[in-house]
Design a protein around this ligand. Sequence first.
Ligand code: NAD
Length: 553
Amino acid sequence: MDRNNPGIPVLPVGFPTGIQLINDSMLNKNTAFTDEERIALGLRGLLPPRVNTIEQQVMRVMGNYRRKTSDIERYIFLVSLQDRNQTLFYRVLVDHLEEMMPIIYTPTVGLACQEYVHIYRRPKGVFVSTKDKGRFSEILRNWPNRSVRVIVITDGERILGLGDLGAAGMGIPVGKLSLYTACAGIHPSLCLPVTIDVGTNNIGLQNDPLYFGMQHPRIRGEEYDCLIEEFVRAVEDNFPHTLIQFEDFGNINAFRLLKKYRNRICMFNDDIQGTAAVALAGLYSAIKVTGQKLTGQRILFFGAGEAGTGIGDLIVSAMEDAGLSEPQAREHCWFFDSQGLIVKSRKNLAEHKLDYAHDHPFVSDFAEAVRVLKPTAIIGVSGQTGAFTPEVLEAMASCNERPIVFALSNPTAKSECTAEEAYKQTKGRAVFASGSPFDPVEINGKIYEPGQGNNAYIFPGIGLGVIASKARYVTEEMFLTAAKILAAKVSDADFKKGSIYPPLNQIRAVSADIAVQAAEIAYGSGIAGKTRPDDLPEYIRSQMYEPVYNDYC
Ligand code: NAD
């Protein structure tokens, strides 16, 4: 407010007024604009007369939300709210995270991406495509907000466990960035979702008259690499010091791009590294339940792609941290892929699997592999529904007092087993976690509340720490530390309920702690781009966005 001219707000030149202000989702307060603001900003008559509080608005939103009869309708409703009023969207989301996480993220976001071109309303984020070659920098200049600090980019090739959804994969960067804001308080104006459309091999989409992406097959090889490189440079030109999260790329590109860029720019791959941290945290918690040591674990992965070998690599780092040599640590991790057990005698193994090819006879059946190797833990990251059959689960139960069973494939329908199957087949002895949420299960009168190995426990906090310290790179140590912090947050009460993760309603506190330690690592390793504040935890907490309305008068 200008003290000399009460009622006249001191707002930046060009600050929107009237209907333009109502249409600006970042600034809109809708019925919560005060009488003074309505006068000063040309809003009188454009809104119903009574001023509402944000609490009343939340009440209205929740009433409408809960009246929707399907999850996809709830998704559409929330996304439309985000288009109209970001503050209210985040207020509702932060206050109802447990209820809404399965809608704005897995499993419903998977369905939303499958339906994306049909339910499409307003564009979100930035699309760059093969037809924009040579113009990426120009395109990023079209983005209205110049303060971008986090980009989530997908090429849509491996959306959750659903495969190639082309440009319709945009739902994923949009959803992930909502979680950056809701879970770690990164201001929405700092976030930019991007889809790089390099074509699709999904024939159904190519033939869909409503498909809005490029209708040619995916480009590969040098042409593809040049487009990614052009994008990276366009980001450097337009938004220096921006963290780029690579999301849901096919593994044909994901490992290569991570290797190429991780020591050059500030980036990470969430499917490889974020998943690894959340799964390792689950393992740290699980061994508290089983009373064993990390170095006493033998882990058999079902699936040897981005998630599987990413988790394997971080477990190896954690075991090295616990005193083993790297070759010793690798001996504790075994992989089973679509061809069978990964062993030395197998020919033409992809590069990321080679370190885990042990000297052992080949086994083609997973249940048999469990019987032969007697793992303490099985981790499903294959996208293969029901792969943890009763036979597999019984084999785990017969060689372990408390078998560790993580069925991490997303969305729910792709899970290797359900929570109920895991508990039933092991007579309630399984230490279970899943990738998508499962409802509590009752076995012989006891209620089990399975934990969800949700990457949202990890990446928003790391992102916040990286931004706050202007870290030049995202390091492996940040993920290892994040896993330890997350595991330390699990309380006895959580363990008693059968959960090896803390409740989602604690996620902002978890993210803040992870952010502080990620920033400490950046400062400690000399990769921070600004001076360390005296009170780093306080500084980081002060950077966290709270969805409350600003006063414009
Ligand atoms: P990917 O395509 O890189 O790897 C899939 C792996 O599964 C490959 O090694 C493939 O050989 C193997 N596989 C496929 N069919 C198989 C079969 N019949 N038997 C044995 N192995 C088989 O995919 P990814 O990125 O590793 O993701 C895999 C799954 O993990 C997806 O469903 C994804 O949603 C899920 N995931 C979960 C989380 C989480 O819960 N936090 C995070 C990331 C990924």
